[in-house]
Design a protein around this ligand. Structure first.
Ligand SMILES: [Zn+2]
Ligand SMILES: [Zn+2]
Length: 575
């Protein structure tokens, strides 16, 4: 079993500033985490941060730190109320290439872990110790194998919480701390344990290793990349990233190759169109040309399919390269809820609808309309600060229209809300946007240039325009209280503790009856997908004795999901 912890860049900076600001004394902070349960991996996802001020401690010196009991109780209650896992951070002031938990840390944490496991039915407890140069991290579990001892039952695939734990929790090393967009720190214990493993670098990548080094190449070969949309743009991105050395893939696209795709679909042939070959299989062939031993999970389905969502939440990086808002919306939600870096890539080709397609120009005899826009963009949300939805890159209303049933769509089309004619597309535009996005993804690992989070390409002007979102010098305003990524009301870092919405059902249920749907010119847009419900389903009071006063706001649904996430079920995704 592997244990890791993910946090946003912003959270990492906040923690760093607090823990290593005043070096005269040990400092402490608490993070409360959601969880992403995967096959042989448990990822903790930092949702809340509590920075502890000087008056939270009894003694606070250069070598010792002890929280006041009432502060301790407040933190435990808050973690329990929201069904989150507590991970404590503290500093050992000073510098040095290594760091270790002290004997006092060991004794205190063992007692703390035993108390929490007892009180919250086997919930683990984590701790991180940092200095200027290094960190170490561990997770205390009463059940390190991830399966409950005698008493655990599986009924209809659901795990029953086991009996109260009596085995003392054991510390397991955290393998990695994943920060923001593919940055990471390896705790010293994990470094020691993993020293023997240095994966082989294939000579295929020799020319780029000469510039970026073997470590970047190893990292690329171990990243699991999820691609939503294997059309023109997606197939071009896949080709670039496979040649770059990405070797573990999840591909999600419901479509098959058609003749009209062949002007831009990388790797596709006329035979593929005649056989109606799934686009994800074409992309898999493209990958294997560069990396024959690549692990590719090719799923001919859409991103709303729970099977695809389970595969995607196991990825280290998500790429959404589709031409619609609904799949971007679902990808954005997955990225925010599971703290997975996300790259959106898209393009637009527009023509003047009033132009006459039959008019000959330039003596060529070929009828052309006036092309008004040939452009593309990529965006990498700064999770914790902005996401595709609050930056306006995803339009929830348009997403709702896209997910209407065929009958509803006919009405929407009739009343002018949607057009079902295919949008124009051209291969060289896909190629430019894919190459720009691939370079930026390479840069996330290799850090060879300043980062661009949001870049647009205008082919008519041959112009690249970097945009920034939020902040003081923003050009694109981020919505203030984003229903997806706001730290209070959104789903940031909740992981398995919050169910993913059934977008299609929600959209179809919300579409008004035809009589209520005015023609588009006069009426407001009719449907909007629901905001996520971080509160979860209506809470039913927990059975048994009345809870202690500080636990009255407990969210049983989330606590139950946490328990389920900690138990291995048959639903786990296996590569
Ligand atoms: Zn310590
Ligand atoms: Zn947002």
């Amino acid at each position: 079993m592997n244990y890791t912890l993910s946090l946003t860049r912003h959270t990492a900076e906040t923690l760093h500033g607090h823990l290593l600001g005043d070096r005269s004394r040990e400092q402490m902070a608490v993070t409360l985490c959601g969880v992403n349960r995967l096959h042989r991996e448990l990822r903790l996802l930092v949702r809340d941060v509590i920075l502890l001020p000087a008056d939270a401690f009894r003694p606070q010196s250069a070598a010792h730190l002890e929280l006041k009991p009432e502060v301790q109780a407040f933190i435990h209650a808050r973690a329990h109320r929201h069904g989150l896992i507590e991970v404590d951070w503290h500093s050992h002031p000073g510098a040095g290439p290594t760091i270790a938990f002290s004997g006092t840390d060991d004794r205190f944490e063992a007692a703390q872990a035993a108390y929490l496991a007892q009180r919250m039915d086997g919930v683990p407890y984590g701790s991180v110790v940092v200095n200027d140069d290094a960190l170490d991290a561990r997770l205390w579990l009463s059940d390190p194998a991830g399966t409950r001892p005698a008493g655990a039952k599986h009924r209809n695939g659901k795990a029953e919480p086991g009996p109260t734990h009596t085995a003392p929790p054991v510390a397991q090393p955290l393998q990695a701390i994943l920060i923001g967009d593919l940055a990471r720190r390896i705790p010293v214990t994990a470094q020691r344990l993993n020293r023997a493993h240095a994966p082989f670098v294939s000579p295929v990548f020799d020319r780029q290793v000469r510039a970026f080094g073997p470590d970047v190449q190893r990292r690329l070969s171990t990243l699991r990349v999820g691609v939503i949309g294997a059309g023109g743009l997606g197939s071009a991105l896949v080709a670039h990233l496979a040649r770059l050395g990405v070797a573990r893939w999840v591909l999600v696209d419901p479509d098959v190759v058609e003749l009209t795709n062949l002007n831009r679909l990388v790797g596709a042939s006329v035979a593929d169109a005649q056989r109606a070959r799934p686009k994800v299989y074409v992309a898999r062939s493209t990958i294997r040309q560069a990396v024959p031993k690549a692990t590719v999970r090719a799923l001919k389905t859409d991103v709303f399919d729970p099977c695809a969502q389970r595969a995607l939440k196991a990825c280290d990086l998500l790429i959404v390269a589709t031409d619609n808002h609904s799949s971007r919306m679902a990808a954005n939600r997955l990225a925010v809820q599971y703290l997975i870096p996300l790259v959106h890539a898209g393009f637009n080709v527009s023509v003047d609808p009033t132009g006459d397609p039959a008019s000959a120009r330039g003596g060529s005899g070929v009828g052309v309309r006036r092309v008004t826009d040939v452009s593309g963009e990529f965006a990498i949300p700064d999770l914790g600060r902005w996401c595709l939805q609050c930056a306006g890159i995803v339009d929830p209303q348009a997403a709702g229209w896209e997910l209407a049933s065929p009958a509803q769509r006919a009405i929407l089309r009739q009343r002018g809300y949607v057009a079902d004619t295919p949008a124009p597309a051209v291969g060289h535009l896909d190629g430019v946007v894919a190459a720009l996005a691939a370079a930026e993804i390479h840069n996330l690992v290799a850090a060879f240039k300043p980062q661009h989070r949001y870049l647009t390409y205008d082919a008519l002007k041959a112009e690249l325009v970097p945009l920034s979102v939020g902040g003081s010098a923003h050009k694109v305003a981020a919505q203030a209280a984003c229903p997806v990524c706001s730290p209070d009301d959104g789903v940031l870092g909740l992981g398995d503790l919050e169910p993913l919405p059934d977008y299609r059902r929600a959209a179809q249920a919300q579409l008004p009856a035809p009589a209520q749907l005015p023609p588009r010119a006069t009426g407001p847009a009719p449907i909007d997908l629901p905001a996520p419900s971080p509160a979860g389903p209506a809470a039913t009071p927990p059975a048994g004795p009345a809870p202690a006063p500080e636990l009255v706001e407990v969210r049983p649904a989330r606590v139950r999901r946490l328990q389920e996430a900690l138990v291995e079920t048959e639903l786990d995704w296996r590569e």
